[in-house]
Ligand binder design. Sequence first.
Ligand SMILES: NC(=O)c1ccc[n+]([C@@H]2O[C@H](COP(=O)([O-])OP(=O)(O)OC[C@H]3O[C@@H](n4cnc5c(N)ncnc54)[C@H](OP(=O)(O)O)[C@@H]3O)[C@@H](O)[C@H]2O)c1
Length: 273
Amino acid sequence: MSSAQTRALVTGASAGLGRELVRQLVNDRGMTVYATARRSDRLEELKAEFPVGKVHTLAGDIGDASFRAELWEWAERESGGIDLLINNAGVGNYADFGRQDPAAIHQILEINVVALFDLTQRAIQAMRARGHGEIVEVSSVLGTFGIPYSAVYAASKHAVDGLVESVRYELRGSGVKLWALQPGRFSSEFRRAALAGRGGDHAKPGEDVAKIARGLVRNLGGRRAFVTPTLQAALTVAIPHWLPGPFRLFMNWLGPERFAREVPDAISETSVP
Ligand SMILES: NC(=O)c1ccc[n+]([C@@H]2O[C@H](COP(=O)([O-])OP(=O)(O)OC[C@H]3O[C@@H](n4cnc5c(N)ncnc54)[C@H](OP(=O)(O)O)[C@@H]3O)[C@@H](O)[C@H]2O)c1
């Protein structure tokens, strides 16, 4: 991370990874953070953890294009120029794709892809003009391979990785860094939100969210396009990459039932006949 980087905008800051990132950026890096999510009460609680002026908040729905414009304009104006954007807000939805509610598909694409592309573009314009800045996209190991019943989510993270892979060429020499974090499963509110009340979650707990945040913060200012924050995530990405044939055989051997058992009610539910 460049020593000039002191002002960060973090999306999805009311829970999970985003909230932990705010804590680590302020406490460990001394940054001032502009934090956003929909739940204003959660943002206020987070802000109250820090000395006055270290965390600023603006609540709103990042799926709304006019809020995104307001958010970027607010963060730039209040900070005097954002030099680190972390596009962390993200949603999932467990479903059989053929029967998935189109509204849920639209929501995933709007939050995970459209909003992220939009804020990335706004940040590139401002940072390029200043000749420096860093943008981190929170992707997933699922940006590199697919699993059953999370197809749209995996596709959304593939889109994020495709953007990063391509735009990095355009940013060469601009002073603007762009990279993606590829975590595996970690503990947060993500799975509960993705179930949206459609039954229980029988999956094993994920990795510690603080460890994932440390993996991101540690890599600020680095050169890599894709960063796996933990050894577990690195192995999860490496195996399908280096051994695609055996990996697909393994997935077929496991069968979709193995994944359906983690969230049985969500998968058995017929949202669209
Ligand atoms: N958890 C995992 O296992 C895992 C694994 C790999 C990658 N990831 C990725 O990591 C990122 C963070 O996920 P997490 O696990 O920390 O999830 P989380 O605990 O569910 O937090 C998601 C955050 O996104 C915000 N958000 C959701 N919809 C929003 C909207 N329409 N407008 C504004 N903010 C919105 C939520 O805030 P409000 O509800 O207050 O709006 C919340 O702050 C996501 O991009 C996710 O895809 C997660």
